[in-house]
Design a protein around this ligand. Structure first.
Ligand SMILES: NC(=O)c1ccc[n+]([C@@H]2O[C@H](COP(=O)([O-])OP(=O)(O)OC[C@H]3O[C@@H](n4cnc5c(N)ncnc54)[C@H](O)[C@@H]3O)[C@@H](O)[C@H]2O)c1
Length: 444
């Protein structure tokens, strides 16, 4: 119940009352093109796929501190106090449940509102009981869990991560390789509840929890919301590669002063974040395939905790590139962003899309949601997809597939030569769902 969560929930409550717009949310604002360009069919995504309406969402959560959501939003200081006033009652009614805390994984915050239990197994049972009680109290038909808690220190991969049995035994034995975020993830997934991870923590990204998700039918997605600097990086880097421009160095530095910044001031938590931020360039630029252009670039990422800035983070990127005849050039980016303002719409989209995935019978890793993450979770033998444009295409094509619509390859050849590319039918009525394929159209 920190900055991202309180900004997300306050925004949803304001938009329920028509007092704010969900800018940045694909599920609320974006359209999706269907069929050929001359057909002029571009419904809003929310009218095309059967998403839960925003008005139906209700919220609960856990925190290490007992502040209610209104208090948390005021402390986070992302939205103005006057902006929060019309939803004060709704926010104040959301009180955090006591957290699963472990100081070994989070050094810079001192928990004052946490569960007691003889073992991690016991703590997981308590989280499961919390979820059941939330379901009863609210009368919710369906649930989604989204981790918006602090960045934990990364545990080393351990035998207890490798299978469901080993993980459950690890919970019972208080295995030190199980951090709190894995306990929450286990609780949700064991109930078949979709789980998304907004932090770079491993959480559900271990074989044991992937196996459990497939068994219980829970869709899972992570890790680490793609907001400020990495959003820029995964937008600029594909352009450099598409134009075959070389990269000599990329220096990124940030200042931020919110609680997230305080947590990341601890070298252990920073290491987790750094790993997540560093991985994107190699995967996009493929140095092994293009050693001449990307074989030896210098990549540095810094985050400095600077309290006066609060949530209004400032990021600088200096990018040294090379062009024709190896001539050096530079790109400078100075992004004065607001972290939680960029993260809140991602939280909303993930909740709605994970719920959609569950109803569509999709289980386990949801790679089509990579668009939203800095370190997209994918099958262990695959490279994650970091290029934001491919991620966007993947997301929209998955929605088309789910609804039995034609997947767009964007070659466009068939507009000019019917012999090539996907055959172009004359403008035709909307295609029916492909026979034998599972689609969501029937569940509308
Ligand atoms: N703000 C962004 O744009 C952004 C972008 C990418 C990722 N993230 C990640 O999202 C997470 C949340 O960011 P934020 O800015 O809201 O941070 P925040 O510090 O404001 O909020 C995190 C909250 O999690 C709570 N918490 C920590 N451990 C917990 C536990 N075990 N159980 C329950 N609660 C716990 C903390 O008390 C705090 O209130 C962080 O991990 C951050 O790295 C944020």
């Amino acid at each position: 119940m920190g900055a991202v969560t309180s900004t997300f929930i306050a925004g949803v409550e304001l938009s329920k009352k028509g007092l704010g717009r969900p800018i940045g949310s694909l599920t609320q604002l974006q359209t999706i093109r269907l069929g050929k360009r001359y057909e002029d069919r571009s419904p809003l995504i929310k009218d095309f796929v059967p998403l839960a309406p925003v008005e139906s969402l209700v919220f609960g959560g856990w925190d290490l501190f007992p502040d209610d959501m209104h208090e948390a939003a005021k402390k986070a200081g992302v939205l103005d106090r006057e902006q929060l006033e019309p939803v004060r009652r709704e926010l104040a009614a959301i009180k955090p449940m006591p957290a699963v805390a472990d100081p070994a994984y989070l050094r810079n915050l001192k928990p004052v509102h946490s569960k007691k239990g003889a073992s991690k197994w016991e703590l997981a049972r308590q989280v499961i009981a919390d979820i059941e009680s939330f379901r009863r109290k609210t009368g919710c038909e369906r649930l989604v869990m989204l981790w918006c808690g602090s960045t934990e220190i990364l545990p080393n991969r351990a035998p207890c991560h490798e299978s469901i049995e080993a993980f459950e035994q690890g919970l019972k034995d208080n295995d030190p390789a199980i951090p709190p975020s894995m306990i929450y993830a286990y609780a949700a997934i064991s109930l078949g509840i979709p789980y998304g991870n907004g932090a770079p923590n491993l959480s559900a990204d271990i074989p044991a929890l992937v196996e459990l998700a497939e068994k219980t039918g829970a869709p899972i997605a992570g890790k680490d919301f793609k907001t400020g600097q990495t959003l820029m990086k995964t937008t600029i880097a594909p352009m450099l590669k598409a134009r075959m421009l070389g990269l000599t160095g990329w220096y990124s530095t940030n200042i931020l002063g919110n609680r997230d910044g305080e947590v990341l001031d601890d070298p252990g938590s920073f290491k987790t974040k750094e790993k997540s931020k560093m991985s994107v360039l190699d995967t996009i630029l493929e140095p092994k395939r293009y050693p001449e252009l990307y074989g030896k670039f210098h990549h540095k990422v810094r985050i400095d905790y600077y309290p006066p800035r609060g949530d209004a983070k400032e990021g600088w990127d200096n990018i040294d590139i090379r062009g024709w005849m190896n001539m050096p050039m530079q790109i400078k980016i100075n992004f004065l962003c607001r972290d939680s303002i960029l993260a809140a719409p991602i939280a909303l989209d993930l909740v709605l899309f994970l719920d959609l995935a569950k109803r569509g019978g999709m289980k386990g890793i949801q790679e089509w949601l990579s668009f939203y993450f800095k370190s997209p979770q994918c099958r262990e033998d695959l490279q994650p997809e970091h290029d934001i444009f491919i991620q966007h295409l993947k997301l929209k094509n998955t929605l088309r597939l789910l609804m039995g619509e034609e997947v767009l390859d964007h070659s466009g050849l068939d507009y000019y030569d019917p012999e090539r590319g996907t055959p172009t039918p004359a403008p035709a009525p909307r295609p029916k769902a492909a026979k034998g394929k599972k689609t969501l159209a029937a569940t509308r």
